[in-house]
Design a protein around this ligand. Structure first.
Ligand code: FCB
Length: 454
């Protein structure tokens, strides 16, 4: 059975990964500018100073979306472009950019879906403790107010945050993302503040963006045990709670998962956090955005008690970034979230694959058969979820363009449109044509081997 007619097909990007123009037109420094300019942090030594130069080329990029028959576009707003110091003086030129982008989308019949925060915190706020400072919900409220007043009349889909797990734990605990802190306690503090910031932003979006759909976008990851041995089951369950329930429970139930909370408190990891504050995070939401990329398979590691190592099946397949190709995990995740939390609607706000494509595109189309096969498999899983009663309303492929893939730099390509970073030339990939035909027909099995450009 094909996807329904009103299913929303889109692509997703984020500000720091595509915009460039990092210091021009009054934009403030953000944590990713600082982090990527610190030697040793980015795999290929690159940064997002230019990225896809989308700041200047957005009309061309919107035209590409239109050529791909996309209904919607998920983008994020750069906090530091709008409020260079994070709070206070508004940079009108920065805000004007998003105004023009939104108008261009609407002129082309593409629904804008805005994300307020996709990891690029103003450095000025990081200098005051960033996501670990208890004032950040009020800073975020101020920023939300500025953005919602300007764009709320036309943007009718809003995610408050993108993947707060990454913001908090990759940024403050594991240090592989900006701002590069390595302190587990700080990770939990930051996670707590992301939830309170979400709570602060929702009513402001509702106030200035009437009849908009408001939600949050989480990266959900299945954590399976490698065997049914109790120690494997236990480590897998703990990982599941920390990466998924830690955010889902506050947002849908207004509390942290009790067992994990007790355990973390006993370990001293909740020091300085008033866990009861997350009551505020339980607010009626119109949708949950799910970003799906990977699963983990846990085997208890006796050499590091409480820890596990990854034990994938021998025949597991991986994409170029080392993430397992396992579409069943997407189905499991959607069924679980629907069963345990029943969000009103679910959008897959990101799903996609890194496979290596050539740096330069010679012909009219870049052939990327692995990405086509990947998307076909994952879309099949999404379709199964839909037919098993999951209220799945849309799919946003990550990503429209090859772009700056955070700590991996430009070495991992996720786009359904190829970008030659030396010339900024865009070239459609076969996967783009595949997504175009899926959007037209709703049929994930559609054959695109001989389908050509529009
Ligand atoms: C997600 C991020 C997105 C992109 C993909 C590959 O976790 O939200 O920006 O980097 O991974």
């Amino acid at each position: 059975m094909p996807f329904p007619q009103d299913f929303v097909w889109g692509t997703a990007t984020s500000s720091y990964q595509i915009e460039g123009m990092f210091a021009g037109d009054g934009r403030g420094e953000c944590i990713w500018t600082r982090f990527s300019h610190t030697p040793g942090k980015i795999a290929d030594g690159s940064n997002g100073d230019v990225a896809c130069d989308h700041y200047h080329r957005f009309p061309e990029d919107v035209a590409l979306m239109k050529a791909l028959h996309m209904d919607a576009y998920r983008f994020s707003i750069s906090w530091a472009r709008v409020l260079p110091q994070g709070t206070g003086t508004i940079n009108q030129i920065g805000l004007d950019f998003y105004d023009r982008l939104v108008d261009e989308l609407l002129r082309n019949g593409i629904t804008p879906s805005g994300t307020l925060y996709h990891w690029d915190l103003p450095q000025a706020l990081e200098d005051r403790g960033g996501w670990t400072n208890p004032d950040i919900p009020s800073w975020f409220a101020e920023y939300t107010d500025v953005v919602a007043r300007r764009l709320g009349d036309r943007v009718k889909f809003w995610s408050t945050l993108n993947e707060p797990w990454c913001t908090a734990f990759l940024g403050y605990w594991l240090g592989v993302h900006a701002p590069g802190q390595r302190d587990q306690k700080l990770g939990f503090r930051a996670a707590h503040q992301t939830l309170l910031a979400h709570a602060a932003a929702v009513p402001i979006l509702r106030q200035h963006s009437h009849d908009a759909k408001v939600g949050i976008t989480l990266n959900l990851v299945p954590h399976d045990p490698a065997s049914d041995k109790p120690e494997d089951v236990r480590v897998a369950r703990m990982a599941d709670v920390i990466s998924n329930d830690w955010f889902l429970d506050p947002v849908f139930r207004g509390e942290y998962p009790a067992e994990a909370l007790a355990e973390l408190t006993a370990l001293g990891l909740m020091e300085g956090i008033d866990a009861s504050e997350v009551k505020a995070a339980k607010l009626p939401l119109d949708f949950l955005g799910v970003n799906y990329y990977m699963r983990w398979v846990h085997e208890y590691d006796p050499s590091a008690p409480g820890q596990s190592r990854n034990r994938f099946p021998d025949d597991a397949e991986f994409t170029d970034i080392g993430w397992e190709v396992y579409e069943r995990g997407l189905l499991d995740t959607l069924l679980k979230v629907h069963r345990d939390y029943s969000p009103a609607e679910i959008y897959i706000n990101e799903c996609g694959a890194a496979y290596s494509d050539p740096d330069q595109a010679d012909g009219e189309i870049v052939e990327d058969p692995k990405r086509v096969a990947f998307l076909r498999r994952y879309l099949g899983a999404a379709e199964s979820a839909l037919h098993q009663g999951v209220p799945l309303k849309g799919w946003f492929t990550w990503s429209l363009l090859d772009n700056f893939e955070w700590a991996e730099g430009y070495s991992k390509r996720f786009g359904i449109v190829h970008v030659d970073f030396a010339t900024q030339k865009r070239t459609l990939k076969r996967s783009g044509i595949y997504m175009r035909e899926v959007a037209k027909t709703g049929d994930v099995q559609v054959n695109v081997d001989n389908v050509s450009l529009p």
